[in-house]
Design a protein around this ligand. Structure first.
Ligand SMILES: [Fe+2]
Length: 321
């Protein structure tokens, strides 16, 4: 084993950066990380993201090995709004959503009752153009949002609604979502997740969960904006697509695969949704991926998205407990 190069943690723009001498063996980096965990964590808690450069990361296997050596995996990952492909036992492709559209900013699983504390991304193949993973500081987002909007969200909380069909319909079925045909298992899961469930006469399943839009970081106590209501709300789509969706459910938004209202059932207006999305987008920072980059993101302190791209982009992700 060659000598481990001890890097300094530098603050550069949004994230802290760790630069290793080019082509450092990921196993050597993992050893460094485990010895310097406190330093790395202090940097992560301050800026919300830590970028590691200079690693020889070129395969799902090398990424899976380094990720597993750094952090314990978040395994309770069955109930997802956006399906993603598993590449190996612990590595997923970051969401496969049409390359020509952006993925809007979000904190992973913020609609759920528990979520991964951190996300590890790695760039195996950079895109030809675009494809950045924008990051936004969720503490700064909370400070930047219109106080009247935050006050209403805090007071009423958010109600996340999902309609899962029984095999045919819009969006995913409940069987695909929960990877089972056993209704009792689904009900058990819903209970654990503090979700209300309702089996419909056509065999479909409606889920409702009320969650706070602001949460406290367990380590720093800092309050963060942790709502994804705006992406459950159909008005975030292009106007034509939004109108098409509404037509498919005869104008009843409550019947869409994903929908969000306030906790008391009142509507979140299209204007509010647009204002929240625009505030978050004003806070986001973009950086071009380089092959071998490893990015550790604190999932509560930092939201992420994806810019449109061209070419063969391969960004992989590991969810940390
Ligand atoms: Fe994501």
């Amino acid at each position: 084993m060659s000598t481990i190069f001890y890097p300094e943690i530098k603050k550069k723009g949004f994230s802290h950066v760790l630069e290793f001498a080019g082509k450092t063996d990921p196993a050597e980096f993992a050893a460094w990380y485990n010895l310097h965990r406190n330093e790395a964590e202090a940097a992560l808690l301050e800026s919300g993201a830590l970028l590691v450069q200079g690693l020889e990361l070129d395969s799902t296997e090398s990424f899976g090995a380094v990720a597993g050596a750094m952090e314990e995996e978040f395994t309770d990952y069955i109930d997802i709004s956006y399906q993603r492909r598993r590449l190996s036992s612990n590595v997923y492709i970051s969401t496969e959503y049409d390359a020509s559209f952006p993925i809007k900013m979000h904190n992973e699983l913020s609609y759920a009752n528990y979520w991964p504390s951190r996300l590890l991304f790695a760039c195996l193949i950079p895109s030809a153009t675009g494809g950045e993973t924008p990051l936004a500081d969720s503490r700064a987002v909370l400070r930047a949002l219109d106080p009247a909007i935050v006050e209403e969200y805090r007071r009423k909380q958010v109600r996340y609604v999902r309609n899962l069909h029984n095999g045919q319909g819009l969006g995913p079925s409940w069987q695909e979502t929960f990877k089972t045909n056993d209704k009792a298992l689904v009900e058990q899961y819903c209970q654990k997740e503090a979700m209300l469930w309702h089996w419909k006469p056509d065999g479909g399943l409606k889920l409702e969960a009320i969650r706070p839009p602001v949460r406290k970081h367990p380590k720093t106590g800092a309050e963060v904006w942790f709502s994804v209501a705006e992406l459950y709300h159909p008005s975030h789509f292009e106007q034509e697509y939004y109108e098409g969706l509404l037509e498919l459910v005869n104008g009843d938004e409550e019947e869409l695969p994903l929908y969000a209202s306030f906790g008391d059932g009142t509507k979140i207006s299209n204007e509010t949704v647009a204002a929240v999305i625009s505030t978050i987008e004003q806070q986001r920072k973009l950086r071009t991926w380089q092959q071998g980059d490893l990015l550790l993101v604190d999932n509560m302190l930092t939201s992420h998205g994806r810019m449109p791209y061209t070419g063969q982009r391969k960004i992989v992700v590991y969810l940390c407990k």
